[in-house]
Design a protein around this ligand. Sequence first.
Ligand code: CP
Ligand code: NVA
Length: 297
Amino acid sequence: MKDFLEVDDLSPDELASVLARATDRNPPRVLAGRGVALIFEKPSNRTRNATEMAVVQLGGHPISINGAEIGIGSRETVEDVARTLAGYHAVIGARVFEHATLERMAAATDVPIVNLLSDTAHPLQALADLLTLREHFGHLEGLTLAWVGDGNNVCASLVRGAALVGASVRIATPPGYELPEGALDGLARDLDLRVSHDPAEAVAGVDAVITDVWASMGQEDEATARREAFSGFTVDQHLMDGAGAGAVFLHCLPAHRGEEVTAEVLEGPASLVWAEATNRMHVARALLWQLVAGWAI
Ligand code: CP
Ligand code: NVA
């Protein structure tokens, strides 16, 4: 694997290797004297900080770049931006509006391109979620995960990650907000997946309930319409009570308390969201380590 555009660019063995390395708090300084460019066409708290610190922990120098500042596609082409940065950096990460921007960067350069979130995928988030679940349950195979909310980028990567590790998935979205056609093409393995429009049905007996904002970055104009469409999809304590005994709650953050999740659940004993946020750094470090130093443990 050269590029990491979606979580199942990793094979099951490579994923196991990333999760194993994520627990190593003293990695070799494989980025010593080298740079990592991190481009952001959209805002970020966790991804920027987690990834910058991961680069520092590997001995490298992160440079975060506002997409508007370099004018991807306006000041110069995507390819020219990527080729230029590849001359300075060992890895290029990018958070983009259009997934195709990442594909064009990957085609234009030999350095690894890492997806820091696109319209269709958020693979580093899926890695952090899997690490968080494995830390809590001790295993991933055989878990059942319920996604309640928008069939969005975070959902797609999570489902692909679940397929990689042999977990089952239940998805409940409002009508019209399902995962897009083709979002689950080419899964790594057969997946036990049930899709409905009923949150209570989706969470029944599951090990984890997972959600995300109703309006993603770039969909701010739809926020009012989405609030109406997603009525009944708030993850509240009543919904959590219908999940399995010992079920946990995950959310990639940022969260909108009172919309997709209540404060009671977000701050409650089932919530692993702060460990999940911290794990963004641990998985970013593990992924970058493997990308620049190879896959053999
Ligand atoms: N979860 C996540 O990607 O957060 P940021 O948008 O703050 O980076
Ligand atoms: N689905 C959200 C995730 C933010 C981390 C978005 O794309 O804005």
